[in-house]
Design a binder for this molecule. Structure first.
Ligand code: C2E
Ligand code: CA
Ligand code: CA
Ligand code: CA
Length: 281
């Protein structure tokens, strides 16, 4: 039994060793990716349910590893956070997407109200320069602040006292939208809706999946929407894949959705080609 125990410990150590090595390798290549331009930004339309016209787009980072091909942000964002690379990554995504929005506004791909929604992780909100950088970038690229949305998860707000809180108020003061991402998946109470200058929520895909089929999901979303509108918040439904879901969302008063029903995140040229005419609304 003793030998067996020792054996399985060795196997465990080997597996753990592989995982650690894998993580370090990814960290090293991510560092190189940031420096050598392997990262890009893809855009997923955020669509007006009634018209099917995009009101904006979410900017989602993409990484194509030279040997391994595309790596999911769900894999490398946590590594970027732990390795202290998230600020550089976030700077890249923000600058690139604001530059792109400026270009699309100038060439008529999108209309005057079209906005870009940018993900920030908690670590980025501890950077006191964030609002200053946004304000200088929107000047540089000729983008109004109302066309910039910043998305963060509820968990970021649980302990967002100090600098993160101040940065949010500064962004709001500038005129940016402040959105709660993955709404409903955090374990926090709703107090942050009063404490921080939130302008809207994005209902997580997990609540959208059963819409039109599960009366409970319909009621949860209906209650969330009623509360949000009473508080003056905008509402976006995430992960909309079917017309059944879209119709159930419209029935409870949701006006904006995002999901494969309209299209995945795509490179900017493809986004412009696909959405050009519609986007000028
Ligand atoms: P998220 O912010 O919740 O983004 C939505 C994710 O759902 C995206 O995955 C998107 O491609 C996917 N999605 C969109 N529509 C559908 C649908 O109809 N069905 C399904 N099943 N999925 C859909 P993606 O691009 O892999 O991003 C994963 C996560 O990585 C994001 O989740 C976000 O948390 C993080 N992330 C992505 N880009 C950035 C970034 O620039 N900065 C930071 N801090 N995080 C990012
Ligand atoms: Ca998001
Ligand atoms: Ca989300
Ligand atoms: Ca998510």
């Amino acid at each position: 039994a003793k030998a067996e125990g020792a054996g399985s410990t060795t196997v465990f150590d080997a597996a753990m060793h592989d995982r650690v090595r894998e993580r370090i390798e990814l960290e090293v290549s991510l560092r190189q990716a940031l420096e050598s331009g392997q990262l890009s930004v893809a855009y997923q339309p955020i669509v007006d349910l009634a018209t099917g016209v995009p009101a904006g787009a979410e900017a989602l980072v993409r990484w194509t590893h030279p040997e391994r091909g595309p790596i999911s942000p769900a894999t490398f964002i946590p590594i970027a956070e732990e390795a202290g690379l998230i600020t550089a990554l976030g700077d890249f995504v923000r600058q690139e997407s604001l530059r792109q929005l400026g270009e699309w506004r100038a060439d008529g791909t999108v209309g005057d109200a079209f906005y870009v929604s940018i993900n920030v992780s908690g670590r980025q909100l501890t950077d006191p320069r964030l609002a200053l950088m946004v304000s200088s970038e929107i000047l540089r690229y000729g983008v109004p602040a109302r066309c910039v949305a910043i998305e963060m998860t509820e968990s970021v707000l649980v302990d967002a006292s100090g600098v993160p809180g101040r940065v949010l108020f500064e962004l709001r003061e500038l005129g940016c939208q402040v959105l709660i991402d993955d709404f409903g998946t955090g374990f926090s109470a709703l107090g942050y809706l009063r404490r921080f200058p939130i302008t809207g929520i994005k209902i997580d895909r997990s609540f959208v999946i059963g819409l039109g089929q599960s009366p409970e999901d319909d009621e949860i979303v209906r209650a969330v929407v009623t509360m949000s509108y009473a508080l003056g918040l905008t509402v976006i439904a995430e992960g909309v894949e079917t017309r059944l879901q879209r119709d159930a969302l419209a029935a409870v008063g949701v006006t904006r959705g995002q999901g494969w029903l309209w299209g995945p995140a795509v490179p900017p040229a493809e986004f412009a080609r696909h959405w050009h005419v519609a986007g000028t609304a």
